[in-house]
Design a protein around this ligand. Sequence first.
Ligand SMILES: [Zn+2]
Length: 341
Amino acid sequence: MMLERGLDFVSMPKIELHAHLTGSISRQCLHEIWEVKKAAGKTDLEDPLLVMPPGRHDYDLKTFFPLFSSYIYNLVNDAGSLEHSTKSVIRDFARDGVVYLELRTTPRAMPLAGLDKAGYVGAVLRAIEDAQEEAPMLHTRLILSIDRRNTLDEAGEVVALAKLFRDRGVVAVDLCGDPTKGDVSLFTPVLEEAKAAGLKTTIHFAEAEASASEAELSTIMSWMPDRLGHVIHVPETVKRQIAELSGIGLELCLSCNVHAKMIVGSFEAHHFGEWWRVDGPIVVPCTDDVGVFGSPLSNEWRLIQKHFNLQREEILGLARKGIDVIFAGDDERERLRGVMW
Ligand SMILES: [Zn+2]
């Protein structure tokens, strides 16, 4: 039917629930930050447009994490560049028709800039508040991430920060980072603490084979997270377990998984096709790292329509279902029910 082809995915009001702040920064924005620092003699780094040439989106697990640890984190390393890039990320999502956004970030101390982890979170929240005034249609909340390489103390600090900044828009705790690193069972007490404090939880789940052992998946399932990210290397038994969980959110990231070769095959082989019709869990298409993989949320929906042949009403219905698994409160859900098609 011609009508389906005509769906304008940029204008369609959308919800984004899995977007890492630093990975969502556009190359143009990184370039702007670099230009200012270069002119002031404050960086020896190469131009981001050379390090990450426009059009290059084939970062895999081996090249992705070093890009951050050895480059982007050294460029975005003070309150000014952090706030500038956060606002730029939110502006990009607003332009793409996103009406509700949950950004996530791992609190980083920036000692040379005099910023501790609380200062980092405060700066991000300040930028979110400014961006909110600029683009009132887009409401943003923040998720604080525990890194798989964290010690128990560091993870506890993330939860403490999430509690501290709750009344300024921190809604949840995430567990992320290099899937080949760390033992997630270490984090059980802090995840329990987060839940006891009324924070929501979302966990990177079976993102790579290395993070999909039976032990790891059963530990994570025992935490009863509110949402799971990626959900790639999942054995049938665990799939059945997830399918029975009514209202659990599944944050699926098509372009990221295809470009990073985290799945076998291309878009049509993505497990979105397997999950979107399943009754209990609620599938929410997300970008993960639009700055790296180059596919904005409107394009993720376009890919879904193209590769899985969803009809207009199926797309709009699926987009609206996402409202049920956002981490903001009832007022925000009410607003989104009014705003979304
Ligand atoms: Zn992620």
